[in-house]
Design a protein around this ligand. Sequence first.
Ligand code: SAH
Length: 219
Amino acid sequence: MILENDSFRHKGLRARLVKELEAKGVASAEVLEAIGKVPRHLFLDSSFVKFAYRDMAFPIGAGQTISQPSTVAQQSTLLNVKAGDRVLEVGTGSGYQAAVLCEMGINLFSIERQPDLYNKCKRLLPSLGYSRVRFYLGDGYEGLPDLAPFDGIVVTAGAAAIPQKLLLQIKIGGYMVVPVGARVQTMTRIKRISEDEFEKEAFGECAFVPMLSGVAWNK
Ligand code: SAH
């Protein structure tokens, strides 16, 4: 994809970010390659653009944040999905995680509860050539039962407890990656073993904005 507003400087900074993530232990070649392609500076508010290729989270409006690249890399790796798989993302936010999964060849279904962010991503991603993603305005706690099961589910907001309805939307053998906890969360991965058996693993602490119920209709 050729973007007019993606300069050599941006490409250079992005290559450096990929090296930094590699040094921090990100091992998946597919994930690193995808992060090397996504123009993260186009997903940030203009005031933060010059920091776009630092491994940091930033505000994106509506009180929300764009996830840190190393967190996006961790969640994308833990999902254990491959090109052609169907994935559900809860918390579209800036759309950056969605773009990374699109670059990995994933067919993505992404839900957001904030109308402003939903509307922005619905325009932004197709304009950047990301057409493998469908956006939904809704409550991620409900998931998308009509489109389930998914090969993987990634929740990009902190859930106080494991979202029960989402468990039943994972394909048997697939994973859900979800930060679980109140103020600080544990990066948690759940594998669906059978119709009603699940296996849980923990991958360290993280800090996400909270996963909230219902759509945030503008007052
Ligand atoms: N994946 C995003 C991270 C955004 S932060 C990115 O790459 O930028 C988390 C997002 O989850 C916020 O936009 C927030 O509004 C959204 N969110 C929180 N609870 C939700 C819910 N129940 N359903 C859908 N989205 C939710």
